[in-house]
Ligand binder design. Sequence first.
Ligand code: GN1
Ligand code: MG
Length: 362
Amino acid sequence: MADLKDIISRFKTEGTVAEVTQFGSGLINDTYKVRTAEAECPDYILQRINHNIFRDVDMLQSNIEAVTGHIRKKLEAAGEGDIGRKVLNFIPTDSGKTYCRVGDQWWRMMVFIPNARTYETVNPKFSYFAGKAFGNFQSMLADLDKPLGETIPDFHNMEFRLRQFHDALGENAAGRAGEVKYYIDEIEKRAEEMCKAERLHREGLLPKRICHCDTKVNNMMFDDNGDVLCVIDLDTVMPSYVFSDYGDFLRTGANTGAEDDRNLDNVNFDMEIFEAFTKGYLESARSFLLPVETENLPYAAALFPYMQCVRFLTDYLNGDTYYKIRYPEHNLVRTKAQFKLLQSVEGHSGQMQKYIDGIMRP
Ligand code: GN1
Ligand code: MG
């Protein structure tokens, strides 16, 4: 591990480093909190970018700079106060870049947002605010004129994820394919239906917009009142279908259990959270959404547990090369929990459709 203090010294931070501690629960990057000794200096977040996954760090940071710069301008124009807590603020290095390379590792720093926290679970009131926040995020970025790159090509392309799954099955690198036959069959049964978004896009009916693409509930900062301050973890901000942000929030926020719950009885789709989030999301996004987008929101709610189930099982078949795991069968446990969630979502599809129709009716 590189010397963290040496890395921090390359960025134009204020104050002296008092303490560096591990921070957060992300599955991809390594994150640290840097506490400074002086009360008047901010604390910071230091992050090692997972370069195996984000191959083009230049593109990654240039996307993030474009997005945060655009949002900052909008907030200023709207006369918002407390902007330092409403959009991430990256610290430049001496050469003016927002990242630096040390050996074969890539690092960046941002100001730590004080008096704010993330949650692994949310109540309906917080979900409503979260829905509004993600709808707002998409709508603020709707007029960003700088084209963004795909930091992970085909990130939420279901056809691509299924190809990776089939490759993993064919290779059977970890010799695990035999034990997961039930899940393989369940995935195959739904494959065609789940690739609907790609078909609609090819037919020219479904646009790509700038989305966050990792709207896990813990990627949002709330203040003490439950108001959303800002959306964090911007690595995957890129053009995608609005389904990405809508579906991935519900996958985490409306799950009554954990993403990797061993007890499947804990895992169900919470309709109260669904309703609150959908109400908030449609309030801030309905002005730009097309009918094909709103009509397919229940599909989006199913697509993301399905996609995550496919991605976790693919990683299990490959011998756990992508996600951080805490024990050998962790990716299988995650697969099972996501599949249980999918079944619960499927059981609610009629009810979801009715609720959305009710809101959209003039
Ligand atoms: C990863 O970085 P983190 O933990 O917020 C993953 C998401 C998955 C999620 C599953 C770049 O997100 O796509 O949905 O884990 N991010 C990447 O928990 O693959
Ligand atoms: Mg995260």
